[in-house]
Write a protein that binds this ligand. Structure first.
Ligand SMILES: [Zn+2]
Ligand SMILES: [Zn+2]
Length: 133
């Protein structure tokens, strides 16, 4: 938690109980959508509005404290920024998990072939998880 206090301060964001509460919920759940987060946050901060939550999340994405994981055909999830990684999502239970996989060689090949300079190489693989198979 001290880490977050430091990071918030570093980016001139006020350290509020709400922001710390939001961060700790996201950390505990790993990946969470705004809607799920809203339900969880309201248990501790019953007066928080969805608009305030969005504003806080957007701030924290801007300062690179949180990362948005865009889900194909689904709602974005948010996670605490850590080392770059990919994701896999189960089509049956909608579980989202981290996938430690280096895309460096794929991105390099794609860049060579197309001439593009890629700055976003987020990968979300979808399928059926072992539990749902
Ligand atoms: Zn599943
Ligand atoms: Zn992740």
């Amino acid at each position: 938690m001290n880490d977050y206090i430091h990071k918030l301060k570093e980016h001139n964001l006020k350290v509020t109980p709400q922001r710390l509460g939001i961060l700790s919920i996201i950390q505990k759940s790993g990946h969470i959508s705004i809607e799920e987060l809203y339900v969880a946050v309201r248990r501790d901060f019953s007066t928080i509005s969805l608009a305030t939550l969005y504003k806080n999340i957007n701030f924290m994405v801007e300062v690179n404290l949180l990362k948005e994981v865009k889900i194909p055909n689904g709602k974005s999830k948010y996670e605490i920024v850590k080392e770059e990684h990919s994701h896999m999502i189960c089509k049956k239970c909608s579980k989202l998990e981290d996938l430690e996989l280096s895309l460096q060689s794929v991105v390099q090949t794609a860049s060579k072939k197309s001439g593009y300079l890629f700055d976003d190489n987020a990968l979300v693989l979808s399928g059926i998880c072992p539990q749902c198979q």
